[in-house]
Design a binder for this molecule. Structure first.
Ligand code: MIC
Ligand code: SF4
Length: 645
């Protein structure tokens, strides 16, 4: 008798290279597709090269130019020249600037049900919209997967999320995503995959599902996945990709490790207030908050249906005089469709500014609000400083709530607008992949272009049996990667240059930190729960390591960041007794001893507070593979050691 399987386990079983599907144990998965972009791709490609792979071994590997698109100096153009030449050389496809946001394009053009996708971006999870097992990771892990090696992760719990009922007229997929965050918070999804089913699914198009899958990462979940059903087939037809369609779902009666039911009919328009995506209320309860800016776009809400609804609301109206409205379509396909239908004209004549087809405002590349400004956004994160203005307050909402609020000049429940907008999809979308450049034909040697913004990779030494140093920072819960390496155009331009980017580590919290850390030469960060939540940027481990960070002692870690710490030789240490976290003060001297290549993972080790003389226990809760990596000084050092370099 075969056992009924959920969808996640089916795909995992079909890709399993190492381990068994036992929750909490390490598994290795074969990876079909990868993606990196122009904020993570520079490091990933330098690392791919350093690992000595001749060419990618996946079914498809993509580099997207979408994050780093301002060209106020030579840096971004250098990065793009490097990335497109590396793509040609190593067998990847390169999506040029102006083609669209990686996750939007992946869902439109490449995401395939039943396949695995590993992306150097936390919102890679969007691919779950079509039944793809799509996971975010650090660039080095993606580089390894591009080379044909498996991706390792702890086997997650699979949580069934059953959708029942139908959305009320003005409630949308974004409100469902926010409801999930309200229930789970920014850490409640850790160690899980959210697998959707139920009769309510019929009401969610693929682009709606992409919004929900996209924001699943904000709960700390590894990813989210939807079945591949009639709505998926309909979407694939519109994309001219029927041949990629495979029907896929969980077996009837499949077992799950947990269950949540959400009645769509019970949802109202919701908003995540500053400064966390789980700070969720009903829009109605916060209505009246005066706003300066409305920003519509990002990989969460920039699809055809999102922007057609926005155009429908704006048509024939004018935005409030004190509001700046910016609209950034998610892909060139979306922009073309808006143009053909006159919807772009409706948006422009309402007073909107049309932004480049890119991430843009979402992570502080342009459109930073005024000092203490209030910005209503359709994006997925509202962490402090993410917009590029440290005192600004970001409210995350659906495109409908954003558009209606732009007209009123204050946060407004879209139910106050009147009749809801009905979006009619075309039978076929405008398909033009000409901005995706193929790799060089086999047998051609393509030259890699390295301008001055492409710095060599730093090398790190193996630790001895003891590492010690000052507690350089003592922080609380939910420290984000935006806190560690801030977003914003001027820092993003330095993603290929570790010494330059390291000058911004923790700079929003303490501008002097990089200098202090470098001078100390060796030190620890101490924090509480969920350290490193948010983006996949490995630079938030790599650059601190370059400055001398040897360990982070916390109560718990976010999955991607913990893996990144190991990859760059920083010890992720968990307090055995969480109360010990409160005993450590900034500036105290700490030491971790008992390190040895013979240690068995996971290991419990003793740390000493040399200032107070007190000992405390920490758990190095890593796999044997990660322990070996840490003891070598990081993954590149480990691989170089194996090759005798
Ligand atoms: C983000 O949304 O924070 C980013 C910018 O897309 C990051 C990637 C990066 O910082 O390189 C992410 O989500 O992983
Ligand atoms: Fe780009 Fe924002 Fe999406 Fe990150 S979250 S990929 S910055 S649009």
């Amino acid at each position: 008798m075969t056992i009924a399987q959920n969808l996640t386990r089916k795909i995992m079983a079909a890709h399993l290279t190492h381990g068994e599907l036992t929750v909490g144990t390490e598994i290795g998965l074969a990876i079909d597709q990868t993606l990196v972009h122009d904020a993570t791709g520079q490091m990933a490609m330098l690392q791919f090269e350093a690992l000595g792979f001749p060419t990618v071994k996946t079914k498809r590997s993509m580099i997207y130019s979408d994050h780093n698109i301002l060209q106020v100096g030579f840096e971004n153009a250098d990065d793009h020249a490097f990335l497109s030449s590396a793509a040609r050389r190593f067998g990847l496809y390169y999506s040029k600037t102006g083609n669209g946001i990686c996750h939007q394009l992946n869902v439109e053009r490449f995401a395939t049900p039943g396949q695995t996708l590993l992306g150097a971006d936390s919102h890679t999870t969007s691919g779950g919209a079509v039944g793809q097992l799509a996971i975010g990771a650090g660039g080095l892990d993606v580089a390894v997967a591009m080379g044909g090696r498996p991706f390792f992760l702890p086997m997650p719990k699979v949580i069934e999320v059953t959708l029942v009922g139908k959305f009320k007229p003005w409630t949308r997929a974004k409100d469902l995503a926010l409801e999930i965050l309200r229930r789970l918070t920014v850490s409640g999804g850790r160690g899980t995959v959210l697998e959707f089913d139920g009769p309510g699914l019929a009401n969610l198009s693929v682009t709606d599902r992409a919004t929900v899958a996209n924001m699943s990462i904000e709960t700390g979940a590894i990813t989210a996945i939807f079945p591949s059903d009639d709505n998926t087939l309909d979407f694939f037809r519109k994309q001219g990709r029927e041949s990629d369609f495979v029907p896929l779902s969980a077996d009837p009666g499949a077992a799950y490790d947990g269950q949540i039911t959400i009645d769509l009919n019970g949802l109202d328009p919701l908003v995540a207030a500053p400064h966390s995506p789980d700070n969720v209320s009903k829009v109605r309860d916060l209505a009246g908050v005066k706003i300066n800016q409305v920003a519509i776009g990002s990989c969460t809400n920039s699809s055809f249906s999102d922007l057609m609804a926005v155009a429908g609301i704006l048509k024939g109206h004018r935005i409030a005089p004190e509001v700046s409205l910016v609209v950034a379509p998610g892909s060139r396909q979306v922009l073309m469709e808006l143009t053909k239908r006159g919807a772009l004209a409706d948006i422009v004549s309402a007073g909107a500014r049309i932004m480049e087809v890119a991430c843009g405002f979402c992570n502080g590349v342009g459109q930073a609000p005024k000092t203490n400004g209030i910005s209503v956004r359709t994006s997925n994160r509202n962490f402090p400083g993410r917009s590029g203005t440290s005192g600004a307050g970001l409210y995350l909402v659906s495109p409908e709530t954003a558009a209606v609020s732009a007209l009123k000049g204050q946060l407004t429940d879209p139910n106050d607008f009147g009749e809801p907008i009905k979006v009619i999809w075309p039978d076929k979308m405008e398909i033009d992949d000409s901005m995706i450049l193929p790799p060089a034909p086999e047998g051609t040697e393509a030259e890699i272009i390295r301008g001055p913004n492409i710095a060599p990779l730093p090398k790190f030494a193996a630790p001895g049996d003891t590492v010690s140093g000052e507690a350089m920072m003592v922080l609380g819960d939910n420290v984000t990667t935006d806190d560690i390496l801030p977003a914003g155009a001027h820092i993003l331009a330095l993603r290929a240059n570790v010494p330059a980017m390291s000058r911004y580590i923790f700079s929003n919290l303490e501008p002097n930190f990089p200098e202090r850390m470098k001078k100390a030469g060796s030190g620890f960060v101490v924090a509480q729960n969920n350290y490193g939540q948010g983006s996949s940027r490995e630079h938030a481990a790599l650059a601190p390591r370059y400055l001398g960070l040897v360990g982070v002692v916390a109560i718990s870690f976010a999955r991607i960041h913990k893996a990144n710490l190991c990859n760059f030789g920083i010890f992720p240490l968990e307090f055995v007794n969480p109360k010990d976290a409160k005993d450590i003060q900034k500036g105290q001297k700490l030491s971790l001893s008992g390190l040895s290549p013979d240690l068995k993972a996971p290991a419990t080790l003793t740390m000493k507070n040399l200032t107070t003389g007190k000992n405390f226990q920490v758990k190095l809760d890593v796999t044997q593979r990660q322990l070996e990596t840490l003891m070598a000084g990081g993954l590149l050092a480990l691989e170089a050691g194996k090759k005798g370099l």
